[in-house]
Ligand binder design. Structure first.
Ligand code: C5P
Length: 224
């Protein structure tokens, strides 16, 4: 069974704290750039305190800079927020990812490969296309070589990466929708059960939980 991170994507600190507290013992939580840009590490600490010590924190800051700067950013994030997972862009290169892993201590570094918002045309326009799957695999292999603990990937890429990467590389998968729910802006979707069966280790689920009339019940129903 895959574990679930609820993506708390809001600039509203009290709402984030309330949701995190209610999800305690049900699912883990992910905070990203929208929340971080509004409230910084102090806000993350507050949400973490509301979520309780047993809840895992995924801090999705997608660092991408020169190795020295990324290492410093990772050290700062680890010392202020102590996340369980932290993201970097694999396209920052092996040396950058190695520096991130070395600076992360017990925090697990996850690598983002190709943003799912880039289609073949956009990927070609930035000089990385048109074959998204080939680029995803290339970057995922680089990330694994550099010591990243896992890869953030779309449902469409789970089978390929599970087949090609070492078994101990975690696959963390957004783009999850329960059967019958609104896809929103997600284009490549799977149900929690399908993604878990395909080989996902963690599911990242936002709006189907956060916009539900009863988020806790929705989160319970979402565990793959
Ligand atoms: O609301 P929804 O379930 O679509 O939220 C998915 C979460 O996963 C968001 O926080 C989004 O930023 C993140 N994500 C994604 N696709 C990626 C990487 C991250 O949807 N490729």
């Amino acid at each position: 069974m895959a574990r679930v991170f609820c993506a708390i994507d809001t600039p509203d600190l009290p709402a984030a704290e309330k949701l995190a507290a209610s999800l305690q013992g049900v699912v883990d939580i992910k905070l990203g750039l929208e929340f971080f840009a509004a409230h910084g590490a102090a806000g993350v600490k507050k949400v973490r305190a509301a979520a309780g010590a047993e809840t895992k924190l995924f801090l999705d800051l997608k660092f991408h800079d020169i190795p020295n700067t990324v290492a410093g950013a990772v050290r700062s994030a680890v010392s202020t927020c102590a996340p369980d997972f932290l993201t970097v862009h694999a396209s920052g290169g092996r040396e950058m990812m190695r520096a991130a892993v070395a600076a992360a201590g017990a925090t697990k570094i996850l690598a983002v490969t190709v943003l799912t918002s880039l289609d073949a045309d956009e990927l070609s326009a930035v000089g990385q296309g048109p074959d998204a799957a080939a680029q995803v695999l290339r970057l995922a292999q680089l990330a694994a070589e550099a010591g990243a603990s896992g890869i953030v990937c779309s449902p469409r890429e789970i089978a390929l990466l599970r087949r090609e990467l070492p078994d101990n590389v975690l696959l963390v998968v957004p783009g999850i929708r329960p059967a019958g729910s609104a896809a929103g802006d997600q284009k490549r979707i799977m149900t929690p059960q399908e993604a878990a069966a395909a080989g996902a280790d963690y599911l990242v689920i936002g709006r189907p939980i956060t916009e539900a009339a009863d988020p806790v019940a929705a989160a319970r129903g979402m565990r793959g």
